[in-house]
Write a protein that binds this ligand. Structure first.
Ligand code: MEV
Length: 432
């Protein structure tokens, strides 16, 4: 059994890694070597990363790739993607190329409203509370002026505040439901600061008015059903050429059916949407945004009608194939990691310093492209063909194959199905 440790956060980095190595490894020196191997040789850069979180011991690398040739609203973009899954960047690039010759991607931001709530309980006269709220509503705006000043200069701020009676859900439960516009910042700090001030104002004013209420908590919501972007591709069905299905009409129909299955069948919808999130998360991470917030919000949106369903849709109408998705994305291109992490800054420069709205469009397109690539494979060859090609590379690397071995393996597995054991056997035979 391992020991608990007191005051770990106060230990030096050296003491921390020594404790980890001695506590959990039979060969501590090997563990220390791995940890140190992933330190950046530039001490200042390492320190920057150390300070992002507490108790940093080293860095976990995730590859940062790029998918070029994305034609979005008439402009070409190269999309940076941070992801460990081997086939994602290749799939994105393939989709980008496919649609670049068929009109490209169209993306539109529908709305950018963010949400935050002050949750509180009150067991007095609800009518009195309503009147009290109407009376003091302007005070919420007044008391947050020092917080909202800069945001207002940038065209954002608090949009509105509502009192909501939630007693049908929970005894005595009410909330202040506030909406915000945060322009190019994701706005978490701004919203939470406003909300905490609302809570203070609410408590003070209630006391003055002899109303007894108890604030439980104040926090933004990561569910942003009015912060929505739409991405779309469309082309005449006859342009939907696909080498594995000679008749474009057949391909289009099968594709639409695959989407319809994800619309009605939650087991399929989850995997379908996971494929969309392969693209979304990779760009969200590369641009320094909070992928947990995005994931939580997107999946809540996928269940908004009471059953988890597909985020994307497809149709054939008057000979035109259209494939689109709508997702909630609360993203920022200023503040937070976007100004701190050198690689995040670099990625935003590759994207030509987009506004938050432009980034919403790019991320949605990456999701749609990924979904298109997955469905294209699934409805034609199956996904294993592409996956195993990438998997083959990973096995080759794992066995540290030399140039000649690499060549022989690749030639052999062009004609033979890839499986882990088949590749291992082939390498072992080569090396006999
Ligand atoms: C794998 O990461 C994603 C897919 O399973 C998505 C899908 O099934 O649509 C290929």
């Amino acid at each position: 059994m391992n020991n608990a440790v007191a005051g770990f956060s106060k230990l030096s980095k050296k003491e921390k890694i020594n404790w980890i190595a001695n506590e959990y490894f039979s060969t501590p020196d090997e563990a220390l070597n791995i940890i140190r191997n992933y330190w950046n040789s530039d001490e200042k850069l390492q320190q920057l990363h150390d300070e992002f979180i507490e108790n940093t011991i080293t860095n976990l690398y995730i590859p940062l790739g790029v998918a070029p040739n994305f034609l979005i609203n008439g402009n070409y973009k190269t999309i940076p993607m941070a992801i460990e899954e081997s086939s994602v960047v290749a799939a994105a690039s393939k989709s980008a190329k496919y649609w670049a010759t068929r009109g490209g991607f169209k993306a539109t931001v529908i709305d950018t409203e963010k949400i935050g709530q002050v949750h509180f309980t009150f067991n007095g006269d609800a009518q009195k509370l309503k009147e009290f709220f109407t009376e003091i509503k302007s005070k919420f705006f007044l008391d947050t002026q020092s917080i909202t000043k800069n945001m207002q200069q940038r065209g954002g701020g608090i949009l509105d505040i509502h009192l909501k009676d939630k007693r049908d859900l929970l005894d005595n439960y009410f909330q202040l439901h506030a909406t915000f516009e945060t322009k190019d910042s994701m706005g978490a700090n701004f919203i939470n600061s406003c909300l905490e001030q609302f809570a203070t104002t609410l408590k003070e004013e209630a006391q003055n008015a002899d109303l007894e209420l108890q604030v439980i908590m104040s926090i933004l919501s990561n569910y942003v059903p009015n912060c929505i972007v739409r991405a779309e591709v469309s082309c005449p069905v006859e342009d939907l050429t696909e080498k594995h299905i000679p008749n474009p009409q057949d391909f289009a129909q099968r594709f639409v059916q695959a989407v319809q299955i994800a619309e009605v069948e939650p087991f399929r919808a989850v995997t379908h949407n996971k494929g969309i999130m392969n693209g979304v998360d990779a760009v969200v991470l590369a641009t320094g945004n909070d992928f947990r917030a995005i994931e939580a919000g997107v999946h809540a949106y996928a269940s908004r009608n009471g059953q988890y369903s597909s985020l994307s849709h497809a149709k054939i109408e008057n000979g035109i194939f259209t494939f689109w998705l709508e997702i909630p994305l609360a993203l920022g291109t200023v503040g937070g990691l976007t100004s701190l992490h050198p690689l995040v800054k670099l990625c935003l420069e590759i994207l030509q310093k987009p506004s938050a709205k432009e980034l919403m469009e790019i991320v949605a397109v990456a999701g749609l492209a990924q979904n298109f690539a997955a469905l294209r494979s699934l409805t034609t060859t199956g996904i294993q063909e592409g996956h195993m090609k990438m998997h083959l590379n990973n096995i080759i690397n794992q066995f540290e194959a030399n140039e000649e071995e690499r060549h022989l393996i690749k030639v052999h597995f062009k004609k033979t199905a890839v499986s882990h054991s088949a590749v291992v056997e082939f390498i072992e035979n080569l090396r006999k």
